[in-house]
Ligand binder design. Structure first.
Ligand code: NAD
Ligand code: MG
Length: 384
């Protein structure tokens, strides 16, 4: 890299945020200007001491009330969610890493895109909910959205092997999660502990549950549609339990170009932060001197019905993404607090999606209303 890049990490205390800071520790030329966290304020303060950013945001003022941030000489402490939008748009920030989980990450991602930043996007929910508005906004503001999600980073890298009109299809890989080989009966008795034990990836709680239901792959199909301007008929999903091939692009001549590396988010995060440069970094390397098997299977839509929801939303667009995302966020929370079972998550999402009042060209307020409606429906679903 030729010059220092100033970055703001929204959600620095999370799984992606911590991996990003690990990248910053070992890659020269990345300067942390701002970080944020919501609940784990001890960690946020510790990160601030180590990286001396200009700003930290404690996103939930109530949680932060009474927390002692003293001893941060060079850092201004800001309180409340609206300050996230401010640090995302700071003139001195070059790159915003959007790593807040869920729709809570939408306003600050929006602010970063609106102010024309390079946005390293981990928060896939923003594209699921408002892909049409965010991509329009980016083309107006000149913002660049770079994928952080490992599959989309792989696709982004593989796409460099040909021209857009030479792409036949995008193949997203999925580990299949902890229940890849479970039958319907076993799926009906899944516990929280089982669902939180992902076989290949170490991630935050929400995306870990999404991976277990394969809702994560559904959200990634929608994410791919918006990131790469492809239709759902050009997107396929393949189960690849080893999580070494992060995704593939098939070109019209039949060539499949893949990106491979061990399952660790530091590499896709680093690629987005140093892009277009590739530099040495802390990510583990694949050891091809020891034997390994790479397997690929078609997904089972009967045992993992979430996938179809992703393709439906990619096909219909409009308000469907906001409804699916909100129903899923509420359902995951309900599962984690033992209010519904594992299989209820996707059943409820399907029912709520099918009931909703479809709006083909929603505005942001209409999307927020659709989100609210879906969460209310989820509460009703639980007591019904
Ligand atoms: P996480 O739960 O580990 O961290 C979430 C971060 O968001 C934390 O810093 C938390 O403090 C902050 N946060 C939570 N609620 C907030 C709120 N209401 N307001 C402001 N901040 C809030 O999640 P994660 O696994 O790091 O995932 C972050 C995003 O990256 C998600 O959108 C996820 O889908 C995506 N992603 C994660 C991985 C992974 O390996 N973890 C891989 C691909 C994509
Ligand atoms: Mg992914």
């Amino acid at each position: 890299m030729t010059r220092t890049k100033n970055i703001a990490i929204l959600g620095s205390t999370g799984s992606i945020g911590q991996s990003a800071l690990e990248v910053v520790r070992s890659v020269p030329g990345l300067n942390v200007v701002a970080i944020s966290g919501c609940n784990n304020l001890e960690l946020l303060a510790k990160q601030a001491k180590e990286f001396s950013p200009q700003y930290i945001v404690a996103a939930d003022s109530e949680v932060a009330a009474g927390f002692d941030f003293s001893g941060l000489a060079d850092t201004e402490v800001l309180y409340g969610a609206s300050e996230l939008d401010r640090i995302a748009a700071l003139p001195e920030v070059d790159i915003v890493l959007a790593a807040i989980v869920g729709i809570a990450g939408l306003p600050s991602t929006w602010a970063a895109v609106e102010s024309g930043k390079t946005v390293a996007l981990a928060n896939k929910e923003t594209l699921v909910v408002a892909g049409h508005l965010i991509t329009d906004l980016a083309s107006q503001s000149g913002a660049t959205i770079l994928p952080v999600d490992s599959e989309h980073s792989a696709v982004f890298q593989a796409l460099k092997s040909g021209k857009d009109h030479e792409v036949a299809r995008i193949v997203l890989t999925a580990s299949g999660g902890p229940f890849r080989e479970f039958n319907q009966e076993q799926l009906s008795t899944v516990t929280i502990e089982q669902a939180l034990a992902h076989p290949t990836w170490d991630m935050g709680q929400k995306i870990t549950i999404d991976s277990a239901t394969m809702m994560n792959k559904a959200l990634e199909v929608i994410e791919a549609k918006w990131l790469f301007s492809v239709g759902p008929q050009q997107i396929d999903v393949v189960i690849h339990p080893q999580s070494m091939v992060h995704s593939l692009v098939e070109f019209v001549d039949g060539s499949l170009v893949a990106q491979m590396s061990p399952p660790d988010m530091m590499l896709p995060i680093q690629y987005a932060l140093t892009y277009p440069a590739r530099v040495a970094g802390p990510s583990p390397k694949l050891d091809l001197t020891s034997a390994m098997n790479l397997e690929f299977f078609p997904p089972d839509l009967e045992r993992f019905p979430a996938l179809e929801l992703g393709f439906d939303v990619a096909r219909f667009g409009g308000s469907t993404g906001a409804v699916l995302n909100a129903a899923n966020e509420a359902a995951v929370e309900a599962f984690l607090t033992q209010k519904i079972s594992y299989t209820d998550i996707v059943t409820a999402c399907r029912e709520i999606l099918d009931q909703h009042n479809f709006e083909p060209h929603p505005t942001l307020p209409q999307l927020i209303a659709a989100d609210r409606w879906a969460r209310q429906e989820m509460s009703k679903w639980m007591v019904a």
